[in-house]
Structures are given as structure tokens and as C-alpha cells.
Design a protein around this ligand. Structure first.
Ligand code: ISL
Length: 570
């Protein structure tokens, strides 16, 4: 394992700066706030911090709409604050990875202003996707859009520009116009910007929706899925014709100058395991790993807000398929949570007081014992839960607000729409980090931009640091285990009991050290007898989330509700 890349034994922690820690009392997190809390992360033992965007932005999508790639938003601080943060991260032996949002810019980025204001023949016109109205229609009226694609944030993916008499493409909000990666000037401007950050000392990039960069330039209409209003453009814009060429070119122009020191992870909605193997095959020199979406789509119906029940065998099978698919070539990322997903303990676990700690730690155990690089999203290490949003006025996320507006306009029952937002909405992940039991959870001394979850009086970092059985200390132990036990990072993976509706069980075998791990978890609120595979009776116990857990017996071991355990034999 000596020549394996460092990130194969690493654990990444994601910070959503807006909601992490506010040092100046404006109710919005900032870089100084992060700096003051770095020891929380150092003690947790994570290797890398991924910072969601901190660049100047109108914040239509909380910073995923960037108006200047080479500066820091004054809400968050200055470039000098950033340099201080980076130095302090490095001083603690951690690395810092930036969020690279280059599928689109803000409509307030000077590139877009030039593209729009220069008109159809202007020099930067071709930096974005401009198209005339559909022939035979009245431009600017419904149905005149150049194609039928819907935006991820409701409504059409096109915005009419009266002045220049054309539409521009925006897969996300109208304030997030898509860059035209067909244009080499665009690509090289992005590469130059990336090199600038690497020279400043950052350690890599999490690359936002990077599989959307290459689009079929014909931009054909998509099929309209049942129950939807707009066509699905993804066959023409997800993993499009030139995507591998673009990422390989980025690698040559940016990453190749920093061999073996960086971490690159491509966020790729809709990516298949076969595609992911190509993206992460080291011989192809594209990216180190991808974020795939299969397991976080299993409870979606016609869309994410059409919430469906999730069956455990499907969830296990999905993760197992990726373990196998990237077993020989490529590398997995592992996650339950990020700033776009509801809280894992509420979605896959049980956030009622009786089960919260144990279900959060069971989920953590299962995920962290898979092969791949685990990502911990801020607050996940505390078992933070979904928020009790009372009304639409409590939501802040553009995706939720636009979905609500559109559904209600089309006659949906507002209470039903709200229920879906409560279950799936991204704001669940964006309530302030819960540092302590004080009125704003220690997040701010001002008024937080989104309400603090009232459960912070019980669920907070200060209380958990003092409790060896807390979710926090369980994560700390899991992270330490990955650093010390090669079978966790490198062992192969064999699923057990694939059809069991309650038990999640698998083996990890590492030939070099002749080590085997057995992971057994009860993913439900009732006790269950887990059959123990031969020869495991009495095996060493590495991690349990249940203080009274009995040793493994020879035939079956009774697992308490949400009990999870990791055993080792050599
Ligand atoms: O949550 C989603 C919308 O239903 C996802 O499809 C999400 O939009 C997708 O994962 C892309 O996410 C990334 O790009 C978006 C940004 O809003 C997300 O926060 C970011 O993670 C546009 O930049």
C-alpha cells in the first residue's frame, strides 16, 4: 500500500460556510468562524476539508452562483482570511479542497455580462449557450423556448433576453447561466483560474456537476417523464460526448503539475458505475473519484419531491454494486449526506430520541466500513436531524421555494408540497451547526440566516465531546480505524444476507495482512437475531455502538435496535 495515493486512507469533512460558524455576528458563517473551530475537526481526525463555495456571489443558490472565481465573498472574509485559514488547516496536518463550480457562472459574472451585452455577434457571445426562439413561435412567450428542457429548479431551462433577442441556457436557476465548454477559451480561462488557486496552496477540488460540462450541441428536445411538465435534457447534457476529453484536458493543464498531492472528486448526477470506472481509472488521468447519486435516488419517484419508501435490500444492493464495479479499477466516494440531501439520521435512520444516537452510529459504521473515501457533512458527526419547518416562510433554498411556488400555482395542495419539502428539502442540511446548547447553538451572536434546529439543546458538539458514547466519538473511532486498519481502506468486499430486510452485513478481506473484518448492523428499531458466519464466534470486537454488546456467539447474535458492530480476525 506504500504507493497507493494518500486519499485512499483519508476521510473528508465538508463545510457549508454559510451555516458553520459566524465570527462577526451578521448571522452568516464566515472564514474566521471556521478558523476558530478547526480543532473540532482536528480532534475528529479528518484529513481533508472540502469548503463549499466562498467566492463573491449574489447568493441566488447560496454561492453556487459565482461572480468572481478569484476572490472571497465579503460575507465570508477576505483573501487574507482565506490564506490564514489555509495555513491553519495545513498546520494541523489537514488539507483544504475548494468547490469548483464551472458548469455555470452567476449571471453577474463579468463573462456573462460581456456575453449578453455584446449581443449575438459579440466576442464573448459563444462563452454561454445562446439560442433563438423555436421557429414559428412568439419569442419570449411560453413554448417559444429553444428546446423543452426543464431546469433542476423548476420551470424551463431557458431565459429570454429581450435586449439581444435570444435565450440562454440555465440548467439551474436563471441566475446560473451554463458556460459553453465547447469553446476552448472558456476551458483555458477555467484552467488558469484553477492553477491560480493551486499555486495559492489549495489541495484540490470538489467539482460541481462536472459531468454536465459536455452537452450535445444540437440541444435536442428530451422526453417528458410521466408526471413532469418539462423534458429531461440529461441524455444530452449528462456525460455528454466530450466529457472525458474535457476532464483529461483539465488533468493535463491543471492537475499534472501537482502529481500525487491533490484530491479531485467530480460530482456527477446520474453517473453509472460503468462511466464512473472510466472517470476514475488512474490510467486515464481524469479525476480521483466521483460522487454518484444512485443510493440517494432510491427514495425518489417521478422527482425528488415525490418521496417513496426505501427498502433496505435495495440500498445495500446499490452500495454493493458500486463496491464491486469499482473494485478492480477506479475508486468510490462514500456519503450519506451533503448540503443537498436531507439528514441521514432522519432519512435512513430514526431521529426519535430513543433511537437517534444508535441509528446515526449504525449508519456511520456501515458506510465507513465500505471501501472508498468517506465524506462527513458538518453536523453528521453529531447525528443532526432534519429541521421542524413549520411553514414555507421557514425555507430559504431556491430549489424548495421554486418547487413550492410552481406546484401550488398548478393547483397542488400546499400542505402536501410542504410535507415533501420537509422530507427532502436541502434546507434540512443547512440549518446552523450545533456547537452548544445556547440560544443560537453557538453558531452566531446575531440572528441566524436560517433558524437553528430547536433540538440543539440536546444535540450539540459541546455535550458530545464530553460523552464517550456520543455520535461524535463514534465517528472519531471510525475515522481512526480507517487510518490504522488496512482492511478498512483496501480490503475486498463481500455482501452477506443481501435479501435481509433488517440486517446489513458484509465481510472485508485484506490478503496482504491476512485480515478479515465482519460488519453486522441492525437497521431497524426491533431486536433481531443475526446469523454469524462460521468461525467468527469469539472474534475480536473493534467497534460497537452499544455499550452492552455481547461477544459473537457461534450461531446467532442478538442485535439490539440499531446495533452495529465490527469484528476482526487474522
Ligand atoms: O439536489 C439536487 C436538485 O434536485 C441535485 O440535483 C443537485 O442540484 C445536484 O446534485 C447538483 O448540485 C450541485 O450543483 C447545484 C447546487 O445547487 C448544489 O448545491 C450543488 O451541490 C448547482 O450549482
Amino acid at each position: 500500500t506504500a504507493d497507493e495515493p494518500w486519499w485512499k486512507t483519508a476521510v473528508v469533512y465538508q463545510i457549508y460556510p454559510r451555516s458553520f460558524a459566524d465570527s462577526d455576528g451578521d448571522g452568516i458563517g464566515d472564514l474566521r468562524g471556521i478558523l476558530e473551530r478547526l480543532d473540532h475537526l482536528a480532534r475528529l481526525g479528518v484529513d481533508v476539508i472540502w469548503l463549499s463555495p466562498v467566492h463573491p456571489s449574489p447568493h441566488d443558490d447560496n454561492g453556487y452562483d459565482i461572480s468572481d472565481y478569484q476572490d472571497i465573498d465579503p460575507l465570508y472574509g477576505t483573501l487574507a482570511d482565506f490564506d490564514d485559514l489555509l495555513a491553519e488547516v495545513h498546520a494541523r496536518g489537514m488539507r483544504l479542497v475548494l468547490d469548483l463550480v464551472v458548469n455555470h457562472t452567476s449571471d453577474e459574472h463579468p463573462w456573462f455580462a460581456a456575453s449578453r451585452d455584446g449581443g449575438p455577434n459579440g466576442p464573448k457571445r459563444d462563452w454561454y449557450w445562446w439560442r433563438p426562439a423555436r421557429p414559428g413561435t412568439v419569442p419570449g412567450t411560453p413554448g417559444a423556448e429553444p428546446n423543452n428542457w426543464g431546469s433542476f429548479f423548476s420551470g424551463p431551462a431557458w431565459e429570454w433576453d429581450e435586449t439581444s433577442g435570444e435565450y440562454y441556457l440555465h440548467l439551474f436557476s436563471r441566475k446560473q447561466p451554463d458556460l459553453n465548454w465547447e469553446n476552448p477559451e472558456v476551458r483555458h480561462a477555467v484552467y488558469a483560474m484553477m492553477r491560480w488557486w493551486l499555486e495559492r496552496g489549495v489541495d484540490g477540488f470538489r467539482m460541481d456537476v462536472v459531468n454536465l460540462l459536455s452537452k450535445d450541441p444540437a440541444l435536442p428536445d428530451g422526453e417528458v417523464p410521466p408526471g413532469r411538465r418539462w423534458g429531461d435534457g440529461s441524455p444530452y447534457c449528462a456525460c455528454g460526448p466530450r466529457i472525458h476529453e474535457f476532464l483529461a484536458e483539465m488533468h493535463r493543464n491543471v492537475f499534472a503539475g501537482h502529481p500525487k498531492t491533490l484530491l479531485t472528486v467530480g460530482e456527477m448526477p446520474g453517473v453509472t458505475v460503468e462511466e464512473a470506472r472510466l472517470f476514475t481509472d488512474p490510467a486515464r488521468r481524469e479525476v480521483d473519484m466521483v460522487f454518484q447519486f444512485e443510493h440517494v435516488g432510491l427514495d425518489h419517484g417521478t422527482g425528488k419531491f415525490d418521496v417513496r419508501p426505501l427498502r433496505l435490500p435495495e440500498l445495500k444492493a446499490s452500495l454493493a454494486r458500486w463496491q464491486t464495479g469499482l473494485g478492480e479499477t477506479g475508486w468510490n466516494s462514500l456519503y450519506w449526506n451533503n448540503h443537498d440531501q436531507p439528514r441521514a439520521v432522519s432519512r435512513f435512520g430514526d431521529d426519535r430520541p430513543a433511537h437517534r444516537v444508535r441509528s446515526a452510529t449504525a449508519l456511520a459504521t456501515v458506510l465507513h466500513l465500505h471501501r472508498g473515501t468517506p465524506y462527513v457533512y458538518q453536523g453528521e458527526e453529531l447525528g443532526m436531524a432534519n429541521a421542524p419547518f413549520a411553514s414555507i416562510g421557514d425555507f430559504r433554498d431556491i430549489e424548495s421555494l421554486r418547487h413550492f411556488e410552481e406546484e401550488v400555482r398548478h393547483g397542488a395542495d400546499p400542505e402536501k408540497v410542504l410535507d415533501a419539502l420537509r422530507t427532502m428539502g436541502r434546507d434540512n442540511a443547512r440549518t446552523p451547526m450545533q456547537w452548544d446548547a445556547s440560544p443560537h447553538a453557538g453558531f452566531t451572536r446575531g440572528t441566524p440566516w436560517i433558524a437553528v434546529n430547536p433540538d440543539h439543546t440536546e444535540v450539540n458538539a459541546a455535550a458530545q465531546a464530553a460523552d464517550p458514547h456520543s455520535v461524535y466519538h463514534h465517528y472519531r473511532r471510525l475515522i481512526a480505524l480507517r487510518h490504522t486498519e488496512p482492511a478498512v481502506a483496501f480490503g475486498d468486499f463481500t455482501p452477506l444476507l443481501p435479501d435481509d430486510e433488517r440486517i446489513w452485513a458484509f465481510l472485508r478481506r485484506h490478503a496482504d495482512t491476512a485480515t478479515e473484518l465482519l460488519v453486522l448492523a441492525n437497521l431497524g428499531p426491533d431486536p433481531v437475531a443475526a446469523p454469524v458466519p462460521g468461525d467468527w464466534a469469539g472474534a475480536e470486537t473493534l467497534i460497537v455502538n452499544h455499550p452492552g454488546a455481547a461477544p459473537l456467539s457461534s450461531s446467532a447474535t442478538l442485535l439490539a435496535p440499531w446495533e452495529a458492530r465490527v469484528h476482526r480476525r487474522t
